[in-house]
Ligand binder design. Structure first.
Ligand code: ADP
Length: 247
C-alpha cells in the first residue's frame, strides 16, 4: 500500500560496511509535518541512517522514497534539489558576513556564494530572509556579523540557511549540543515552529529535550528499530529500558 501523505518512506533499508550491517533491514515512515526523534545507544546506526537518507552514504539494499519518489540511488545534491536539508554538528556559516548575507546567499539561486554576493538582492529574497529570520529568532540580528553570534545563535543561523531552500525534510544531528538552558528552550520553540511546514528528523540524546519536541520517537539498536511510538510508550518499553534508558 502506498500512502502519499508520507514525507519519507524507507523500506527494508540495509547498509553493510565490510559485511557489518550498520543498518539492518530497517523500515520507517515519516509523515509530512512530523517531528520524529531518533534515539538509541552509541553505534546504534542513527548517523548512518541520516547519511543514507541524504545520500552521503549509498544503501546496499532496500528503498528510500521521498515524497513518493524513489531516491535510493540518486546523488546527494539531487536530493537537496528535491527538498532535503541536512545539518551537521559543526556549523558552516560565513563568520565574516552579516546574518542577512548568510541567509541571502543560501537562497537557491543557482549562483555560487561569490556570485550571490555580487548580485543585488531582490525583494523576493529579502522577504524570504525576513521570514526565515523570524523563524530562527534572529530578526533583530540581521545586520550583525555572524561571527559575533553566540554558539546557539550560530546553530540557528545554520538551520536558517537550510530553511532558505524551504526543504520538505530537514535532518538535524544533536541540535542542542553545547547550548545554554535558555538556548535549548528557544531551540525547542524553533523546532516546533519549523515542523509546521515540513517533516523534521532529529537525532537527540537529551531525554528532557526529546519529550519537549518529539511527535514520535524511534529507538534504534544495532541497526534495527527496537521500538517506535510516543515518548510515553517507548519509555515504558522493557527492551528500551534494558538497552538504552536503563543506563
Ligand atoms: P550512532 O550514530 O547511532 O552512534 P553510527 O551510525 O555512527 O551510530 O554507527 C553505527 C555503526 O556503524 C557503528 O558500529 C560504526 O562503527 C559503523 N560505521 C558507521 N559508518 C561506518 C563506515 N563508513 N565504515 C565502517 N563502519 C561504519
Amino acid at each position: 500500500a502506498t500512502n502519499t501523505d508520507f514525507a519519507l518512506a524507507i523500506e527494508d533499508l540495509t547498509v553493510s560496511f565490510d559485511g557489518f550491517k550498520a543498518i539492518d533491514n530497517l523500515t520507517l515512515y515519516i509523515d509530512k509535518n512530523e517531528l520524529r526523534v531518533v534515539i538509541g545507544p552509541n553505534g546504534a546506526g542513527k548517523t548512518t541512517l541520516l547519511d543514507l537518507i541524504c545520500g552521503k552514504t549509498r544503501a546496499t539494499g532496500g528503498s528510500i522514497k521521498f515524497k513518493n519518489q524513489e531516491v535510493t540511488k540518486i546523488a546527494e545534491y539531487q536530493r537537496v534539489r528535491l527538498g532535503m536539508g541536512r545539518k551537521f554538528q559543526t556549523p558552516s556559516i560565513y563568520e565574516n558576513l552579516s546574518v542577512f548575507k548568510n541567509l541571502e546567499v543560501s537562497y537557491p539561486s543557482g549562483r555560487s556564494v561569490l556570485g550571490a554576493l555580487a548580485f543585488k538582492c531582490t525583494d523576493d529574497v529579502r522577504q524570504r530572509v525576513q521570514e526565515v529570520a523570524q523563524d530562527i529568532g534572529l530578526a533583530d540580528k540581521l545586520q550583525l556579523e555572524a561571527g559575533l553570534l553566540s554558539h546557539g545563535q550560530k546553530q540557528w543561523l545554520e538551520i536558517g540557511m537550510l530553511l532558505m531552500q524551504d526543504p520538505e525534510l530537514l535532518m538535524l544531528d544533536e541540535p542542542i549540543a553545547g547550548m545554554s538552558a535558555s538556548e535549548r528552550d528557544q531551540t525547542a520553540d524553533l523546532l516546533n515552529r519549523i515542523c509546521k511546514n515540513r517533516a523534521v528528523i532529529v537525532i537527540e540524546h537529551d531525554m528532557d529535550f526529546v519529550k519537549r519536541i518529539a511527535h514520535k520517537v524511534t529507538v534504534m539498536h544495532q541497526g534495527k528499530i527496537l521500538a517506535e511510538g510516543s515518548m510515553e510508550k517507548v519509555q515504558s518499553d522493557p527492551q528500551v529500558i534494558d538497552v538504552y534508558l536503563g543506563h
